[in-house]
Each structure stands twice: as C-alpha cells, then as structure tokens.
Design a protein around this ligand. Sequence first.
Ligand code: 4NP
Length: 157
Amino acid sequence: MRVLFVCLGNICRSPTAEGVFRSRLDKAGLAQQVEVDSCGTSDWHIGDPPDSRAIAAAKSRGVDLSQLRGRQLEEEDFRRFDYILAMDHMNLENIEALRPRDSQSQVGLFMAFAGRSGEAIPDPYTGDEKHFEKVFEMIEAASDGLIEELRRRLDTA
Ligand code: 4NP
C-alpha cells in the first residue's frame, strides 16, 4: 500500500503529514506494509528541507522531519500511489487537473479520514507557531483514521 500527502509547497503540511503518519505506522506495526511520501503541487521548494517552524513543531512531539526534501507532484505518482491525499481544496483541484484518466489512485482531502469531510488543513506558511500546532493536531487526527482504514484493508486483503 502506498500513500502520498500533497500540499502546495511541500515544506509545511505534507512533510508534517509524512513524518507523523510514518511514526504512527511504526507504532501500529504497519511500517513494512505501507510506503509513505509527500510532495507539493508547486515547484517552489524542490530540494528544500521543511520550514524550520514545521521541523520545530514536529520535533517537540518526537517526530523528525529534518531529512525530508521538497519535490513536486508528477504524473508517475498517479500510477504508483494507492492514496493521494490533499491538505486543502486548491491542492485537490491541482491534483485532479494532473490526474491521468486511467489512474486508479484514490484522491481526496486528508481530513476526511478524521471524519471531517470537506475540511481543509489551513496553510500555516504566513502564520505563526500556533498555526503550525493546529496543523500538527489536525494531521494527528486524520492519521489515526487513515491507519484504521489501512488496517481494515490489509486485514481483508
Ligand atoms: P505548504 O505551505 O503548502 O504547507 O508547504 C506553503 C509553503 C510555501 C509557500 C506556500 C505554502 N510559499 O508560498 O512558498
């Protein structure tokens, strides 16, 4: 199973989702069965580490994002990933615009896995630490829901 988290820059929300989700997969004993990655719809931060505020918010909760590097969403991702999960509605539109007709990937908003369908994880880039904290908490909630879904699918596979 493969999961891709997508935001605009790939330096705030989606790397946080990648780090948090990987750490939860580890704890759930699913690390070997699920592959995780993140990317941005823009090309603005290719090769960049996550924003220092995202790194700090994650570090204070025991998640290390420092080794992650930005990359841009590409067509190949639609053949590779089972889930392509957007942080907000603009990301979702940009993903849909690039999606090949024959892609089998399940595309949607990440927060739907927290039972909060239609809700976006707000862009914290121009915000402060509090915005990054909020992002982190939303990502934790959605990650738990996604773990449940993957566990069900892997159990019945
Ligand atoms: P992200 O946040 O999409 O969560 O990584 C942003 C990062 C950078 C920019 C915008 C949003 N930017 O304008 O460079």
